[in-house]
Design a protein around this ligand. Structure first.
Ligand code: FES
Length: 95
């Protein structure tokens, strides 16, 4: 059985559960904490680009057009391409 983690949306009271084998963005949409535009969910459109604090695993390639190697070092990812490996905090990318 997959381990469950809690994902918190920074500076809000929103949290949602996410299984270790589930894309964080899918869990966010399912938990109604995501944006109205659900995007491609395939790593190509960039709608789900956010900063993540915590341990995560990229199970799908992220478009270099939306996430550079420098971004990844700062925890900026495409949420549809990552799964949690700990409780996470996610936040919009402001710059
Ligand atoms: S939803 Fe399109 S890249 Fe994640």
């Amino acid at each position: 059985m997959a381990r469950m983690f809690t994902v918190a949306v920074k500076d809000t009271d929103k949290t949602f559960p996410c299984a270790e084998d589930q894309a964080v963005f899918k869990a966010m949409i399912h938990g109604r904490s995501g944006p109205p535009n659900h995007g491609c969910c395939g790593g190509g459109c960039g709608v789900c680009r956010m900063r993540v604090e915590g341990d995560w695993f990229a199970f799908k390639p992220m478009s270099a057009a939306h996430v550079s190697e420098a971004d990844k070092k700062q925890g900026i990812v495409l949420l549809c391409c990552v799964q949690p490996r700990s409780d996470l905090v996610v936040a919009p990318v402001t710059s």
